[in-house]
Design a protein around this ligand. Sequence first.
Ligand code: ADP
Length: 618
Amino acid sequence: MRRKIEKSKYNIWQNVRYMLRMACRSRKSGVIVLCVLTSILQVFSSLTGMLVTPVILRCVEERALFSELMWTIAAFAVVMMALSGVITYVDKNSQLDKVTVRRDILLDLIKKDCTTSYPNLESQAVGKMRRRAYNSVSGNSGATEAVWITLSDIIKSAGGFILYLLMLTAVDPVIIIVTASTAAAGYGLNCYTKNWKYRHKEEVSSYGNKRWHITRRAKDIRLAKDLRIFGMESWLYDMYESVMTLYRGHLRKRERVCLAVDVLNALLVFCRNGIAYFYLISMTLRQGLPVSEFLLYFAAVGGFTTWIGGILDGFGKLYEHSLDLSMLREYLELPEMFLFDEGESIDEFMANCSKEGGGAEGCLELKNVSFRYPGAKEDVLHHINLVIKPGEKLAIVGLNGAGKTTLVKLLCGFYDPTEGEVLFCGKNVRSLNRKEYYSLFSAVFQNFSVLEVTLAENVAQTDVDIEMERVRECIEKAGLTERIERLPAGYETHIGRKVYEDGIELSGGEMQRLMLARALYKDAPIIVLDEPTAALDPLAEHDIYQKYSDMTGKRTSIYISHRLASTRFCDRIIYLKKGQIAESGTHEELLRANGEYACLFEVQSKYYGEEKWERKYS
Ligand code: ADP
């Protein structure tokens, strides 16, 4: 089976030009000059190394004076040391520039990740593309850095090739033909080994992943209790051993292939050297070739092979880098499905909207909205019509899987509907600047994110221009002041221990309160709570929801829950069932209607202990 040729959008030369452009953008165009310089110096260094023995032998043959011989040796030593020193110096100096160019491309990638249209983040195809893109910037061996070394190697090999070719033309063209063809055959053999490894790449990485997964699980604190109670360690150990057995089997196969290729390579070298020896010996016998020249030409044959191999190998590597670079560029240039800066500005539009009046200011509307996730077979939401008035407290309730989160994702502009429209102040959200649209929302989702930064930074969601007075105020309203002020570093305490050793871990409830403070600090006109409290008990959830409700004042608030008691205080409740609005009204109205909401409320009340609820909250 041959290695499948990948089709990429950009070819090798386009990608090389791209890297040259990137070097100029990072003001590191010197990296190009340094690469060429390193190549030239390396060719000279190799040439000097090859000339040492023949030149010294020549001195001996010509019975040169001892002092002359010593001067020659000293001159070679000095030149070789100087060349090696300069090469190391140039190489080390260019290293930092190469890293800078790579880092700037990495920053482009991070920016793309943070700003790309949300559906791109959930798409598997885009995820695969992103992983490849990150490969090309991860570490010194990533294509964005390794490409300079490869280019330098190609220039070096090409320079050496020309120089040695000129030298060998003095001998016999047959030697050149034999050397070139054995070098090409050797390259073919090496390609065979590489292809073999490439074909088994997935297999090797699957062994690696399994081993990594097992070792990770063994030290996973979430599994630690089960592992001890159920005595799972021997099971994990056996799993690890069976993966290792398969891996060892693969390694044995790989060694056999490598051995066969090495033997064939050795035969090729044997043939090439045999023929070279034959020609050079016959030249010595026929034309009286001195030993020094014999040695020089013989070394040139070996060097010539290396340069040809270097050129072929360099282009092979350049092709691989090019594939990675192409994927990186395709990801960076991935078209956005949402409008950002090119969309209509919300501020301007709102100003016009309030001037014109019409009662639509701040109004959110879903108009005949249906939605299907990319690649899914069925719609998740069906023909939803919903108007959320400014300042309204709306609850979206329903069983798990009813479509509540999807509805919120559409309202927040993370997805556009497959059918119908989401309108803000009567304007289709598709035409608005999406970044500005997001600024209208303050949301806490199920999987909320807490960054490993300080408490104050987590509340302000920035590390610049933090208004500490407001942070304190929001923390106070969220009921966390006492906890935070007891800490030695107060608001400057880091959260989490993965990055900072002195970081603190907050409990689930404290985390909720921190999220509340964050939502309050943002002071956005629309607040969304998408079951961030699902892991808490129903009473704690009710408590938190009530707190949010008290804090959010006249802002539009949307509360999602599958526990109906948590949102009973809302102005309006919509009960979602299988992606449709099944019932709508206040809590009391829905109970009076005696439909599914009332039935579910009754079941949940019994389950959670309605009496306790009544005693505590009515
Ligand atoms: P709820 O919030 O009411 O529990 P969701 O909106 O999360 O419901 O999910 C509704 C349906 O959409 C479920 O059947 C779920 O499997 C499906 N779904 C949710 N997210 C995705 C996704 N990213 N891709 C495909 N299907 C999804």
